[in-house]
Design a protein around this ligand. Structure first.
Ligand code: ADP
Ligand code: MG
Length: 692
C-alpha cells in the first residue's frame, strides 16, 4: 500500500475501507487530514495498574492480562451475556462480563493481551469485573500505566475501539507530513507544543497534562487566527481613513450639559469623559458602554451625538426595534426642541416618498442626527459626513455589520450601549475589539423596585393592589408571552388577558393592547397615549422590553414569567424603575411550571442587580450561544470558547497586535500559513480582501 498523503480519502487508509469511510463521513471526516484533526471529546483516565493481590472490593482499577476462556449465553431476561476469564499478569484470574456487546467476540480471541479497566468485586469463586473497558495490546506490547485513553464522538455502527485503531494505524505516517502553522516565536511566547507534538499528545497522550497541552495549543491557534483577523481589520480601518476630531472644549461641553437637564451621576460623568477623550482623536473611537437598565446610558449617547453635531458632522443612532426608535426620537426632539439640530427618523415602515426624501437629506448633509433601525445599514444610504455611529441595546450587532459601515475617507466614531453584562473577552473579539466603560450607579432615587413572586391564589389581591396604584394616578403594564390564543389555551395571550381584565377586575379602567403585529403607526400612537397618561393599563407582549421610558408607569405584572429568560425578565423590570417613585413587579409562573424555572424566578425576586442575574443565568443554562461568535455574525469557533478560554483570548490578542505591528499585512515567510488561515476563515465576513 502506498504511503497515504494528507488529502488521501480516508477510505484508503489502513484498516478503514469503504464501509467505515461512510460512517466517518457522517462525522465530517473525508480525508486523512480530517481524521488526524478529529479531536477526542474527552479522555478516559486509566486507573492505577494492579496485581490481583492489590485488588480491593468495589474499587476502580486496571490490570494487564491475557484472555483465557470465552463463553456466551442469553440470560433469562433475554440479554446477551459474554464472559471471559482473564489471566492476570503476576498470577490469579478475573472474570470479565459484558451485557449486550456480542460484537466484542470479534475482537477477543484466546491469548489476546489486554488492559482491562473497571470496578472489581469479589464473588465466591473469584474476582469479577462487569462491562470493563479494554485496550487491546500487541503480543509484546508493554502498557504504560496512567495513560489516558481518548474518547471520540461516534456514530451508529462505529465503535470507540475501531476509531482508536484507525487513528493509531494511520497517523504515524501522516504526522510527519503536517507542517507547522505557527512561527517559532509565537510557540515560545505562548508556551505551545509544536503541531506534531500536539497531534501526538492529542491522540496518544502521555498523561492528562499532555492531553491538556495539546488542546491548549489548538485553542490558541484558533484564537490567534481570530485575533489576527480583528487586528488586521482594525489596522485597515485606522490607516485608510481618519475619524473627525471633536474636542469637548469647555464651552461646547457646558452647552451640551445644559441641555441634558439633570445632574449627572459620577459614573455618567466618567463615561462622558472617556467618550470625549476618544472623540478628540483621529483614531476612531471603539467603545462599549455597559450599564444595567435604568442607569442612564442614553445621556452619554446624547452627549456624544451633540459633540459630533457641534463640529458639523452627522451622527446616527441605531436601535433594534421601531418602537424604541420612535421613543428615542421623541425624547431627543423634546430636549433639542429649541436647538438648530436637524433630526431624522428612519425605519422600515417609512413610506417610499418620505424615505426617498430622507435619503436625499442625509446625502446632502441636511440632517444632523438620524435615528433608525437596522434599516440604517442599507446599501442605499449615503451620508454626507457621518462622524458617529451609536448602537443601542443590540446584542446581535457585531463585527460583520461594523465592517459594512466602514467607508473610505471619513471613519465614524463608534459607541455600543448595552444592558447585558458582556465579558471583556467578548468585547475584544466577537464585538470587534472594543474599549469598555461601565455605569454601575443609578440616578438618585431611581431604580427602586419591589419584586414579588405570585401564585394562583394571590392573583386577585394583586389585581386589587394594581387598581389602588392606578387610583393613585399611576399606570401599569401587564406582560403576556403571546398575541392570541390560537393554538394553546394554557399560555397567556395579550388578547385573552385583555378580554379577561376588561370584563373583570378592570372594567372601569382604560386598557389597551400592544404587540409586534400592529402597524407601526398604531404602535406609535398607543405608546404616545400611554406616555401621556391616557391609558391606565398597557397589555403587551415583550415588545416593551427594550428601552421604553414612561416614568409614571410603576407597576408591572408578568404572566407565564417562567417562559422568559432572566435577562429578559430583568429588562422588563427596568421599565418600571424609570420614575422617581417606587416600582412594583409581580411575576406569575405558568400553570405546571417546574422547579428549575422557579429557581430562576426566585433569583429574579431576590436581586435587582443585572450583572448578578446574568452570572446566575450563565450557571443555570450554561454559556449557550449568547456570548458566542455566531451570535455576532462570525463563523463559530470550533474548539475555543471565549468565556472559558478567557486568558488565552487576552494573550493571543497581545501576540496578534505584536505580529501586526512587526509585520504589517503579515508579510513574512514564517507567517505564510497563518495568514492563509486568517484569510480563508475571515476574509469574507470581515472584508479583509485588501490584505490578500
Ligand atoms: P438606560 O441605561 O436603561 O438606557 P435611560 O438612559 O433610559 O437608561 O435612563 C433611565 C431614566 O433615568 C430616564 O428616565 C432618564 O431620563 C433618567 N436619568 C438618566 N440620568 C439621570 C440623572 N443623572 N439624574 C436623574 N435622572 C436621570
Ligand atoms: Mg436605554
Amino acid at each position: 500500500m502506498p504511503i497515504p498523503r494528507l488529502f488521501t480519502p480516508v477510505q484508503y487508509l489502513p484498516g478503514v475501507g469503504p464501509l467505515r469511510a461512510q460512517l466517518l463521513a457522517r462525522l465530517g471526516i473525508h480525508r486523512a487530514v480530517d481524521l488526524l484533526f478529529f479531536f477526542p471529546r474527552a479522555y478516559e483516565p486509566v486507573a492505577a495498574l494492579r496485581s490481583v493481590q492489590e485488588f480491593a472490593e468495589n474499587e476502580r482499577i486496571s490490570f494487564v492480562g491475557t484472555i483465557g476462556d470465552l463463553d456466551q449465553r442469553v440470560t433469562q431476561s433475554g440479554k446477551h451475556l459474554l464472559g471471559a476469564v482473564a489471566q492476570v499478569d503476576g498470577g490469579g484470574f478475573t472474570r470479565l462480563l459484558w451485557y449486550n456487546q456480542p460484537y466484542r467476540l470479534n475482537e477477543l480471541k484466546i491469548g489476546q493481551r489486554i488492559v482491562a479497566t473497571g470496578t472489581v468485586r469479589s464473588t465466591v469463586l473469584n474476582w469479577e469485573m462487569v462491562q470493563p473497558q479494554l485496550v487491546l495490546l500487541g503480543n509484546d506490547e508493554v502498557p504504560e500505566s496512567q495513560k489516558p485513553l481518548p474518547i471520540y464522538s461516534l456514530t451508529d455502527g462505529l465503535k470507540q475501539s475501531s476509531v482508536r485503531r484507525m487513528i493509531a494505524d494511520g497517523l504515524p505516517a501522516l504526522i510527519d507530513q503536517v507542517d507547522e502553522v505557527l512561527p517559532a516565536e509565537v510557540c515560545e511566547l505562548l508556551e505551545l507544543l509544536s503541531i506534531r507534538d500536539a497531534l501526538r499528545q492529542l491522540h496518544w497522550p502521555t498523561d492528562m497534562r499532555g492531553a491538556d497541552n495539546a488542546r491548549r495549543r489548538f485553542i490558541a491557534q484558533e484564537l490567534l487566527v481570530l485575533q489576527l483577523a480583528i487586528a488586521i481589520q482594525r489596522q485597515l480601518r485606522d490607516s485608510k481613513s481618519s475619524a473627525p476630531c471633536c474636542e469637548p472644549s469647555g464651552k461646547i461641553h457646558s452647552r451640551i450639559l445644559n441641555r441634558l437637564g439633570f445632574m449627572l451621576t459620577g459614573d455618567q460623568e466618567r463615561a462622558i469623559a472617556e467618550v470625549g477623550h476618544d472623540m478628540n482623536r483621529t483614531v476612531p473611537m471603539s467603545r462599549l458602554l455597559q450599564g444595567d437598565v435604568g442607569t442612564g446610558k442614553t445621556v452619554v449617547a446624547q452627549y456624544a451625538m451633540l459633540l459630533c453635531v457641534a463640529y458639523g458632522y452627522q451622527a446616527a443612532l441605531m436601535v433594534p426595534t421601531e418602537v424604541l426608535a420612535q421613543q428615542h426620537d421623541r425624547t431627543l426632539r423634546r430636549s433639542l426642541a429649541s436647538s438648530r439640530v436637524r433630526m431624522g427618523l428612519l425605519t422600515g415602515s417609512l413610506a417610499r416618498a418620505q424615505r426617498q426624501q430622507l435619503l436625499e437629506q442625509l446625502a446632502a448633509g441636511e440632517i444632523d442626527l438620524v435615528i433608525g433601525t437596522q434599516a440604517l445599514l442599507s446599501e442605499e444610504i449615503k451620508f454626507k459626513n457621518l462622524g458617529l455611529v451609536i448602537v443601542d441595546e443590540q446584542h446581535r450587532f457585531g463585527v460583520e455589520q461594523r465592517a459594512r459601515l466602514r467607508q473610505d475617507g471619513l471613519q465614524p466614531h463608534y459607541l455600543v450601549l448595552s444592558a447585558t453584562p458582556i465579558p471583556r473577552t467578548i468585547a475584544m473579539t466577537a464585538l470587534g475589539d472594543l474599549d469598555v466603560s461601565v455605569i454601575r450607579q443609578r440616578p438618585p432615587g431611581r431604580g427602586d423596585v419591589k419584586t414579588y413572586l405570585g401564585c394562583a391564589d394571590s392573583k386577585e389581591s394583586w389585581w386589587r393592589f394594581v387598581d389602588e396604584q392606578i387610583a393613585k394616578g399611576r399606570q401599569a403594564y401587564v406582560i403576556a408571552p403571546r398575541v392570541n390564543d390560537a393554538s394553546d389555551e394554557e399560555i397567556a395571550s395579550v388578547e385573552g388577558v385583555m378580554l379577561h381584565l376588561a370584563k373583570g377586575p378592570f372594567s372601569h379602567r382604560k386598557l389597551e393592547m400592544l404587540h409586534g403585529r400592529l402597524p407601526s403607526e398604531r404602535k406609535e400612537e398607543i405608546l404616545m397615549r400611554f406616555a401621556e397618561g391616557e391609558i391606565d393599563i398597557l397589555i403587551s407582549t415583550t415588545v416593551v422590553e427594550v428601552g421604553i421610558d414612561v416614568p409614571n408607569a410603576t407597576v408591572m405584572t408578568i404572566l407565564d414569567a417562567d417562559r422568559l429568560g432572566l435577562a429578559q425578565l430583568h429588562q422588563l423590570r427596568g421599565r418600571v424603575s424609570r420614575g422617581t417613585g417606587l416600582g412594583y413587579v409581580c411575576a406569575f409562573p405558568s400553570v405546571g411550571s417546574d422547579a428549575d424555572d422557579n429557581q430562576r424566578l426566585a433569583a429574579f425576586e431576590k436581586t435587582n442587580d443585572g450583572f448578578e442575574l446574568a452570572e446566575l443565568d450563565l450557571r443555570l443554562r450554561g454559556p449557550g450561544d449568547l456570548m458566542g461568535t455566531r451570535q455576532h455574525g462570525l463563523p463559530p469557533l470550533r474548539i475555543a470558547n471565549l468565556s472559558r478560554d478567557a486568558l488565552l483570548v487576552e494573550q493571543t490578542r497581545e501576540v496578534a497586535r505584536m505580529l501586526i505591528a512587526k509585520y504589517p499585512g503579515l508579510d513574512h515567510p514564517s507567517l505564510e500559513r497563518l495568514k492563509k488561515q486568517v484569510l480563508n476563515r475571515y476574509s469574507q465576513t470581515l472584508q479583509l480582501s485588501d490584505v490578500g
